[in-house]
Write a protein that binds this ligand. Structure first.
Ligand code: PLP
Length: 445
């Protein structure tokens, strides 16, 4: 029995894996990783086309981030009430990168915790209790974030917490109405949202919580003017606008944050993953100047032992330096254009219904029938799982051919490390295309 076989057996015996039936779960052993690739224990190489869970932005084993680990101990471990150099430096860098109205950061250990705290902060500041969030969103698995979540993973947190209200996300490919333009779609969704705000009682609503570009649920790029319109509704009714940038933040879309693509500023933003490229568990809530002033006079009624953890913020600083020194966001923007060109070519395949991408953040939606848009997996059927295993089959075939990623419902997520080169995109997308041919030839869809 090799070492790695024993790692796997120990894992199967002792580890619980997220969102999985444990009996049939078969983890890969990751033995080595570098840049945009990793290798399993049998020596097979994979392009990491999901950056693990959309976080290894600077690539695997980045020397500068690894060096920051060697320097741990440079600064003493400190509880959250202390000021430390890494925490101070990282906070200034984050505020400088964030929209100009942002002022301060509260740190958490990950994305769900960040969203839980954003809800608490919005309630403290507004004195209101209802929180609007959207169907087809994912905000995390804790009880609060699970209740914000709009897709089927929220069922694990039900019956829900009082005051959490869901509204529709613009998903034009699957909308029953055939809009003449993006503007028409925007007007429709905003009209519906405005009604819902009135039906719920506008002065009970603390915040509207959205992923500017829903990620896990298939990279749903909003129609023109939609996000600005949500901001206008928030202003009209005195509601706080919270943007969950856990997946989209730190260059994923080719800019610092996804909101930078649009003409509005949120009141609160949440982040995690890309702040450390996942090298250390860190997340947080960024609050605006106005909210920051509120807490000058009012107690911030929350706290975490590891808020602003010295090691995690130190890794964060090194990671943000890499972004700057290596022009990583610019690379994401440039390579995103190339990725989009490669993805658009896939539209000639009968099983490809739609592609959506921005920067290095893409969703490829598969269909059983292009004319009817019949999805491979029906939303809500078996909680969105894959009853006949077709998407699983496609993902396994991709993986066997060296293209590692994951899917949600009928959409394959493509989100490689932001350091990817033109040559690597072409090599990986050649694998995707040939696997798709194989999938269609075998009549698997
Ligand atoms: N918010 C978004 C948009 C996410 O994509 C995720 C995770 O994928 C989360 C929140 C939850 O983050 P975490 O898993 O770090 O709790």
């Amino acid at each position: 029995m090799s070492d790695y076989l024993s790692i796997k057996e120990q894992d199967k015996q002792y580890v619980l894996h997220s969102w999985a039936k444990q009996g049939s779960f078969n983890p890969k052993v990751i033995a080595k990783a570098e840049g945009v690739c990793f290798w399993d224990d049998a020596g097979n190489r994979y392009f990491d086309m999901s950056s693990q869970l959309v976080y290894v932005n600077v690539g695997h084993q980045h020397p500068k981030v690894l060096k920051a680990f060697q320097e741990i101990g440079t600064y003493p471990l400190a509880g959250p009430s202390f000021a430390t150099k890494p925490k101070s430096d990282l906070s200034q860098r984050i505020i400088e990168l964030a929209p100009s109205n942002m002022a301060k950061v509260f740190y958490t250990s990950g994305g769900a915790e960040a969203n839980d705290h954003a809800v608490k902060i919005a309630r403290m500041v507004s004195g209101r209790y209802k929180i609007f969030s959207r169907y087809r969103s994912y905000h995390g698995a804790t009880f609060g974030a699970g209740n914000l979540t709009g897709e089927s993973r929220r069922f694990a947190a039900e019956p829900g917490l009082p005051g959490f209200v869901k509204f529709e996300v613009p998903y034009l490919y699957r909308e029953v109405i055939d809009f003449d333009s993006e503007e028409a779609a925007t007007a429709y969704y905003l009209g519906k949202l405005r009604n819902q705000i009135l039906y719920e009682g506008s002065d009970t609503i603390a915040a509207i919580f959205i992923e500017p570009i829903p990620g896990s649920n298939g990279v749903l790029i909003p129609p023109k003017g939609y996000l600005e319109g949500v901001r206008a509704l928030c202003d009209e009714f005195g509601i706080l606008m919270i943007c969950d940038e856990v997946m989209t933040g730190f260059g994923r879309t080719g800019k610092g944050f996804a909101v930078d693509h649009y003409d509005f500023k949120p009141d609160i933003m949440t982040f995690a993953k890309g702040v450390t490229s996942g090298y250390a568990p860190l997340g947080g809530v960024i609050i605006s100047e106005d909210i920051s002033r509120f807490f000058d006079e009012n107690v911030l009624m929350t706290g975490l032992t590891y808020s602003g953890h010295t090691m995690c913020t130190q890794i964060g600083v090194a990671n943000l330096e890499v972004y700057e020194e290596e022009n990583i966001f610019e690379n994401a923007e440039k390579m995103g254009i190339l990725l989009k060109q490669r993805l658009e070519k896939l539209l000639t395949f009968p099983s490809i219904g739609e592609i959506r991408s921005i920067g290095l953040f893409a969703g490829v939606e598969l269909v059983k029938d292009k004319a009817t848009k019949e999805p491979i997996i029906q939303y809500g059927l078996d909680y969105g799982k894959d009853p006949v295993g077709l998407m699983n089959k496609f993902i396994s075939m991709l993986s066997a051919n060296g293209f590692y990623t994951y899917s949600h419902e009928s959409t394959v997520i493509i989100a490689p490390p932001l350091i990817i080169t033109e040559e690597q995109i072409n090599e990986a997308m050649d694998i995707f295309e040939s696997t798709l041919k194989q999938f269609e030839k075998e009549g698997l869809f």
